[in-house]
Structure formats: structure tokens, C-alpha cells
Write a protein that binds this ligand. Structure first.
Ligand code: ATP
Ligand code: MG
Length: 137
């Protein structure tokens, strides 16, 4: 079945929303194949978000993503990549649809609680960034 990479971002962990976010994800039919808690350092965060290098929000994004631990997850579902993007909602929580993770929990465009891979190709790269084959059930 299809896989995607999700991250419960530092704002989610800091505000103790981990359980609620995981429950939401599981209740939408995703299986969790792998999960860990990591505290990214700046070099790791810059590498993960390399596509955004040079954008106005890049430095702030790196500060945020390194501000505390986050929880990367490998999720499985049919059409996992678009299905997960649908349940997280738009990047800006003010524009996110009802009953999406970002609508429910995000604080701002930056502190938006959760990451989801945006393509099949990126999902594979992002899964390999955080997890070895042995760690994925
Ligand atoms: P993600 O990649 O984290 O799932 P996304 O694909 O919805 O989010 P991207 O355009 O890839 O959005 O931006 C990556 C992250 O950078 C956003 O989730 C957000 O945390 C931050 N970000 C994006 N745009 C802005 C902005 N205009 N101002 C501040 N932060 C931003
Ligand atoms: Mg993105």
C-alpha cells in the first residue's frame, strides 16, 4: 500500500497535542508503520526543507523546526500522499477546511502543527531521511 511521511511539528509536541493528532490520523484510516521523536539540528532542518532555501520565511522555519522535538511518522493508506494532505488542510490554518488537523490545531502559517509529503517522490525521499528500512514495519 502507499506510504507518506508526516511530522508532528514542534508546536504540536510543545502544546501536548500529540495524542489528539495521532488519534485523528488513526481515526481517518491511516496505519502507523514507524514513529520516533527527534530534535532536529539546524543542518538537518535545512536539509529537510531545502526546497524552501532562499524564501523569506526560510530562516524562521528553521528556527521553528529546531525549537524542540518533533515526531516523524511513516503512514500507510491507499493514495497516502493526497489522502494525508487532505486531512491536514491548507498551509495557512485560516484557509484550512473544516475538520482538518490544521483547522483544528494550527496556530499560524508557520506553527501549523503537522507536515505531510507533497508528492510520491518526496514521500520516498522524506521517509528515507528519517527512517532506515529496518525501522519500518
Ligand atoms: P509542509 O511542507 O510543512 O507540509 P506545506 O507543504 O503546506 O507544509 P510549504 O509551502 O511546503 O507548505 O511550507 C513549508 C512550511 O514552511 C509550512 O508548513 C510552514 O510551517 C512554513 N511556511 C510556509 N509559508 C510560510 C509563510 N508565508 N510564512 C511563514 N511560514 C511559512
Ligand atoms: Mg511542503
Amino acid at each position: 500500500m502507499d506510504k507518506t511521511l508526516a511530522i508532528l511539528k514542534p508546536d504540536c509536541v510543545e502544546r501536548k497535542l500529540t495524542g489528539k493528532a495521532l488519534d485523528f490520523i488513526l481515526s481517518r484510516g491511516f496505519n502507523i508503520l514507524a514513529l520516533k521523536m527527534v530534535h532536529l539540528n539546524p543542518a538537518e532542518a535545512r536539509r529537510f526543507y531545502a526546497v524552501h532555501r532562499g524564501k523569506s520565511f526560510f530562516d524562521e522555519l528553521i528556527n521553528f523546526m529546531t525549537s524542540g522535538p518533533c515526531i516523524p511518522l511513516v503512514l500507510e493508506k491507499e493514495n497516502a500522499v493526497p489522502a494525508f494532505r487532505e486531512i491536514i488542510g491548507a498551509t495557512d490554518p485560516a484557509k484550512a477546511a473544516e475538520d482538518t488537523l490544521r483547522k483544528l490545531y494550527a496556530e499560524s502559517v508557520q506553527r501549523n502543527t503537522v507536515h505531510g509529503s507533497d508528492s510520491e517522490e518526496n514521500a520516498q525521499k522524506e521517509i528515507a531521511f528519517f527512517f532506515s528500512l529496518m525501522e519500518i514495519t
